[in-house]
Design a protein around this ligand. Structure first.
Ligand code: ADP
Ligand code: ADP
Ligand code: ZN
Length: 216
């Protein structure tokens, strides 16, 4: 199964992708995670991407297209993958079609997670992840069952993203509306788009996504 999760920053793409990974045994390909790993490793790509990401702008199509194309060739992607945060521009959507066709692959679904803008500040400013395994949490919406201990791996170390603040979120939202939201029409016109209510509780969003997947 190959899917795209679409939605603004804080919509719940990463949260839902982690659940799909566990349930379906497919991998999560988050371009944000890949770029943050490149920044941490101080690779050439990471050095070029850091300032752009900190400012909440989009990294160039050329860079992200290439990292996704290389990643998709890995063995662990054979059973399928979830594209989380990619494609994010019409040029990336075109490149995705070409790339998948060249590899003899096709998409099964594009799922848009719809949320109201006014919850996004709270979603991103309360977001944190386990520094060891990457599991996602939220200050009020999704706390670990034991305070300060990751449910998945038991680590007590957590981290927050430098771009998860109200000011950078404004730039990221502008980028979403200008560059990414046209993808909704793009995939709708191809008959591939399904939308789920991202304002619902996390479990209910997961259930709605499973209904969509059962139909593809
Ligand atoms: P995205 O990957 O789309 O940017 P995340 O999955 O990281 O978004 O979610 C952003 C934050 O909101 C996280 O802290 C997550 O725990 C929380 N969250 C995700 N989905 C929901 C939901 N349906 N209701 C409430 N909080 C949510
Ligand atoms: P969120 O889910 O909160 O929107 P991501 O982790 O997907 O955040 O992305 C973080 C940042 O990484 C973006 O603001 C952007 O600078 C960069 N980025 C991630 N994916 C892409 C992409 N497909 N194209 C361009 N830039 C990207
Ligand atoms: Zn953990």
């Amino acid at each position: 199964m190959r899917l795209i999760l679409l939605g603004p920053p804080g919509a719940g793409k990463g949260t839902q992708a982690q659940r799909l990974v566990e349930k379906h045994g497919i991998v999560q390909l988050s371009t944000g995670d890949m770029l943050r790993a490149a920044v941490a490793a101080q690779t050439e790509i990471g050095k070029r991407a850091k300032a752009v990401m900190d400012a909440g702008q989009l990294v160039s199509d050329e860079i992200v297209n290439q990292i996704v194309s290389e990643r998709v060739d890995s063995d662990d992607c054979r059973r399928g993958f979830i594209l989380d945060g990619f494609p994010r521009t019409l040029a990336q959507a075109d490149a995705t079609e070409t790339m998948l066709a060249q590899k003899g692959m096709s998409l099964d679904a594009v799922i848009e997670i719809k949320v109201d803008d006014d919850v996004l500040v709270d979603r991103v400013s309360g977001r944190y992840t386990c520094a060891n395994c990457g599991a996602g949490y939220h200050d009020t919406n999704m706390k670990p069952s034991v305070d300060g201990v990751c449910d998945k791996c038991g680590s007590a170390e957590f981290k927050r993203r430098p771009d998860d603040n109200a000011e950078t979120l404004r730039t990221r939202l502008q980028a979403y509306y200008k560059e990414t939201s046209p993808l909704i029409g793009f995939y709708y016109a191809k008959g591939m788009l399904s939308s789920v209510d991202g304002m619902a509780d996390i479990d209910d969003v997961t259930a709605e996504i499973e209904v969509v997947l059962a139909a593809v």
